[in-house]
Design a protein around this ligand. Structure first.
Ligand code: SAM
Ligand code: DTB
Ligand code: SF4
Length: 362
């Protein structure tokens, strides 16, 4: 049964975000304890199954082909490589594997079939499987669900207004459409965003309104602090203060009480004390492993020491929703439709994105 409110307004959320810190922390921790065990934190492992060379212009992203960053691009991983990595993640305490591909959208064909096989393989290891592959049609979401996908990650990233300063190759409404397509299946929704891209508090609240008024709310909301990567349009953004992260996590917890709030990118520059405050404020998931998708992340052993020190226990898989069944490719009810959906091409220009791509040519 849902007890979450779906009618949050921006003003209400701004008022929560700006509360005196002690009041904010107390309220968030109180809500957190009503719906979650405060000593349990989910450990997920990211796997970049296809790295770099992406055609999009997301201003934060080191994987966009048009910016000159130092990342090493890779073709789609093999299923056996993915299985080996998932087994390693499981052995080190992860209950979820999140596979990311630097794609604009999923295309039917052998590569997607290979991803479906990865999903089947990891689900059979009794781990939660999440994918983040870009935009998705309803048929593709159904095929992922049938393979045993537990969650699909597709971030709104920021408010609808500020989005126009970040990405020009796809629209905010395309993101909502993908989330809607996932919602037509049993796959849970993971959607959040990034702070530290030059947005205002109003924009942060705007993003939370967009997420919290989805009905049902996303089962999982990642809050990322921008990792400013050299060569991207956002390379010079100043790092977010830990207090901003704590406020964002606490506000997310209050407006989406039942969701799993993920302390995602940016932990490299957070102290243990800062992260502990985020857990107190309602974060109950982290990405572990020495790499996120392309950028560094804290050492797993250090994370486990932090868990020991704080008395935190890694969450078991499938405690929030049942494990999906896996249907083998030969038994599938769905076939590839080869659809070419009309995702928007907004066509506005973003100066800093253009500058960064021109710099890379020079
Ligand atoms: N290509 C797919 C897409 O865009 O949906 C999936 C991968 S994409 C890298 C997943 C998410 O990672 C983005 O939506 C963004 O929120 C986050 N992300 C990417 N680069 C980041 C950075 N430099 N700092 C923080 N978060 C980042
Ligand atoms: C999310 O919100 N954050 C993760 C996951 N979902 C896919 C990705 C963070 C990526 C940070 C930049 C990088 O390592 O490339
Ligand atoms: Fe491509 Fe995703 Fe990066 Fe955007 S965030 S450039 S879609 S990999």
């Amino acid at each position: 049964m849902s007890v979450s409110r779906n009618d949050w307004t921006k003003d209400e959320i701004i008022a929560i975000y700006n509360k005196p810190m002690m009041d904010l922390l107390f309220e968030a921790a109180t809500v957190h304890r009503q719906f979650h065990d405060p000593n349990v934190v989910q450990v997920s492992t990211l796997l970049s199954i296809k790295t770099g060379g992406c055609p999009e212009d997301c201003g934060y992203c080191p994987q966009a082909a048009r910016y000159h960053t130092d990342i090493e691009g890779n073709d789609l991983m093999t299923v056996s490589h993915v299985k080996a990595q998932a087994l390693r993640a499981k052995a080190s305490g992860s209950s979820r594997v999140c596979m990311g591909a630097a794609w604009r959208n999923v295309k039917d064909g052998p590569e997607f079939d290979q991803v479906l096989e990865m999903v089947r393989t990891i689900n059979k290891l009794d781990m939660e499987v999440c994918c983040t592959l870009g935009m998705l049609t309803e048929n593709q979401a159904q095929r992922l669900a049938e393979a045993g996908l537990y969650a699909y990650n597709h971030n709104l990233d920021t408010s609808e207004e500020y989005y126009k300063e970040v990405i020009s190759t796809r629209g905010f409404e395309d993101r909502l459409q993908t989330i809607e397509n996932v919602r037509k299946t049993n796959v849970t929704v993971c959607s959040g965003g990034i702070i530290g891209m030059g947005e205002s508090i109003e924009d942060r609240a705007g993003m939370l309104v967009a997420l919290a008024t989805l009905n049902p709310q996303p089962e999982s909301v990642p809050i990322n602090a921008l990792v400013a990567v050299e060569g991207t349009p956002m390379e010079d953004e100043k790092p977010v203060e830990i207090w901003e992260m704590i406020r964002m996590v606490a506000t997310t917890r209050i407006v989406m009480p039942q969701t799993q709030v993920r302390l995602s990118a940016g932990r490299m520059s957070m102290s243990r004390e800062g992260q502990a405050m985020c857990f107190f404020a309602g974060a109950n998931s982290i990405f572990a492993g020495d790499k996120l998708l392309t950028t560094p992340n804290p050492d797993v052993n250090d994370d486990m020491k932090m868990f020991d020190m704080l008395g935190l226990i890694p969450q078991k898989p499938f405690v929030k929703a049942a494990q999906p069944e896996t249907v083998e490719a030969e038994q599938s009810k769905f076939s590839a439709l080869g659809e070419k959906p009309k995702w928007t091409r907004p066509g506005h220009t973003i100066e800093r994105n253009i500058e960064a791509s021109q710099k890379s040519k020079v």
